[in-house]
Design a protein. Structure first.
Length: 117
């Protein structure tokens, strides 16, 4: 499985990428929507894990842009805020919606479920 992780919290996204690699999952990461778009143009991903609230390009807007480049990619949204508004926005746009802090095993299982759909 090839994964694109996008979160403006660099410490979180790099740690997730490292932990996924220890489990045999190939993960690229980005802290900005514009860089994530560049990565998606250069590489095919099975699933993108996107933070809902990021500066400049929100996760929801990023998903809409990524779909133009990679229409078959699946999406999971993350939020650290857990607001009802974020939940409904994320749920409407992605297969899954998870609240930070994340359990790595829950993330892996969710990615597998989304990719298999």
């Amino acid at each position: 499985m090839k994964v694109l992780l996008v979160d403006d919290e660099e410490e979180l996204v790099t740690a997730l990428a490292e932990r996924l690699s220890f489990r045999g999952i190939d993960a690229d990461w980005s802290t900005s929507g514009s860089h994530a778009l560049e990565l998606a143009q250069a590489h095919a991903y099975d699933v993108a894990v996107l933070d809902v609230k990021m500066p400049n390009i929100s996760g929801i807007e990023l998903k809409k842009r990524l779909e133009k480049t990679r229409p078959d990619m699946k999406y999971i949204f993350l939020t650290g805020h857990g607001s009802e508004e974020d939940f409904w926005a994320g749920s409407a746009e992605a297969s899954q919606y998870l609240v930070k802090p994340l359990d790595i095993e829950t993330l892996i299982e969710t990615m597998r479920q989304v990719v298999q759909k």
